[in-house]
Design a protein around this ligand. Structure first.
Ligand code: SF4
Ligand code: SF4
Length: 184
């Protein structure tokens, strides 16, 4: 198997993926020393906190539907430095591009299933990462705080959807841990 340059691998994989920007892998991006939070704000990024040590939440508003970063030349250092485990595998020639793309497609389908179940329950927090969204949903189900959704669905239906959601989140997290988060 042949090695790929970083640019080749990003072209082939990342433009079909976007999961490190769209709230599937991460909840936010923390700025690092050297990042220009003020400039990011002028570019429309919702940076919270101090200019040098703030952060912005994911799903990232700079991510286009074509998986391109709208502020690519000015993206913060965390974004510049991050390479997921799958990308590194492909760059090193340990995994071919086609199986990697197949894995990206199947993982995106898993994330879509999680989103679909959240929407079916009635959750509308689309601007929040999947992990934060699931934590808030879990708190509501555990405390029985379901009143907002009971006009549309019975309690039994809601708990059934929550059960399906819990399994879907687990299945997604397993593949993210095994194939995408950097291995320590
Ligand atoms: S998760 Fe990996 S393959 Fe997907 S966009 Fe990020 S770096 Fe690229
Ligand atoms: S700034 Fe660009 S690279 Fe960074 S999370 Fe947003 S879309 Fe992704």
């Amino acid at each position: 198997m042949s090695e790929l340059s970083s640019a080749q691998a990003i072209d082939q994989l990342c433009l079909q993926c976007g999961m490190c920007c769209n709230g599937v892998l991460f909840r936010d991006v923390e700025l690092q020393p050297g990042d220009d939070g003020q400039k990011l704000k002028t570019l429309g990024m919702p940076v919270k906190g101090k200019a040098q040590s703030g952060k912005f939440n994911q799903p990232c508003v700079a991510l286009g539907s074509d998986c391109r970063c709208r502020i690519y030349a000015d993206r913060p250092s965390r974004c510049r430095q991050f390479e997921c485990a799958l990308l590194l595998e492909v760059m090193a020639g340990h995994t071919e591009t086609e199986p990697a793309l197949k894995l990206i497609r199947s993982t995106r389908r898993k994330a879509d299933k999680v989103l679909k179940l959240m929407r079916e329950i009635g959750d509308q927090s689309e601007s929040v990462s999947l992990s934060v969204r699931f934590r808030k949903l879990r708190q509501r189900f555990e405390s029985g705080d379901l009143a907002d959704w009971l006009e549309e669905k019975s309690e039994e239906e809601l708990y059934d959807l929550y059960g399906q959601l819990t399994i879907a989140v687990h299945e997604l997290n397993c593949v993210l841990s095994e194939k995408f988060y950097p291995q320590k």
